[in-house]
Design a protein around this ligand. Structure first.
Ligand code: HEM
Length: 172
């Protein structure tokens, strides 16, 4: 296989990505209450749910850790942006896996459903910010402030979904 550097597919617009997130999220939440999986399907879905959490949130944590090292002046911004680009596929694969597996697990708590939507839409915004950051060697403060805001929202969303998912799964 020949890999040609510099050749990329035309990127999907943020509006289309946001629409895909809203449609995927809505479809899962509408369909989830109508599923009646047997124990085996439920167990497989739960395993996929946990694996997708590891992939998605793990990739996000790696990027945010690189960002913290940059703040501590132990990484360059170029390093952080490269890490973020590398994490793009596992992050979105994990998010899609969480939606797909959640379909067979049941209805999430309202706050968790909102957190999942926030994670998805904020991820679209973060990807747009990454594209903007790529255009600067010395990014303006406003762009860095927005990136910090997107990072904080992402952390808040993922931790909320994680904690609420854990609480739902505990035996009562
Ligand atoms: C960012 C997205 C999500 C994250 C990080 C997440 C995380 C988690 C975690 C950590 C658990 C606990 C599993 C365990 O301890 O056994 C869980 C359980 C659960 N999740 Fe999610 N989840 C997400 C999205 C969803 C979605 C979209 C749905 C449904 C449409 C969903 C429905 C559930 C349900 C019903 C449980 C309880 C399963 C059970 O105990 O049988 N989750 N989630």
């Amino acid at each position: 296989m020949t890999v040609e550097p510099g050749r990329h597919r035309r990127p999907t617009s943020p509006a289309r990505r946001a629409l895909a997130v809203v449609l995927g999220w809505s479809a899962v939440l509408i369909a989830a209450p109508h599923q009646n999986p047997g124990p085996l399907v439920h167990d497989i879905a739960l395993f996929a749910h946990l694996g997708s959490t590891v992939a998605g949130f793990g990739a996000v944590l790696l990027v945010d850790w690189a960002g913290l090292l940059w703040l501590a002046r132990r990484r360059t911004l170029t390093d952080v942006l490269r890490t973020a680009r590398t994490a793009h596929v596992p992050t979105w694969a994990g998010f899609a896996g969480l939606l797909a597996s959640g379909l067979f697990l049941g209805v999430p708590a309202d706050a968790k459903a909102v957190a999942v939507l926030v994670i998805g839409l904020n991820g679209v915004w973060a990807a747009a910010l990454l594209t903007a950051l790529d255009r600067h060697t010395d990014p303006p403060a406003v762009l860095l402030a927005r990136s910090l805001a997107a990072t904080l929202v992402s952390q808040l969303g993922w931790w909320t979904a994680l904690v609420l998912g854990f609480l739902t799964s505990r035996p009562r």
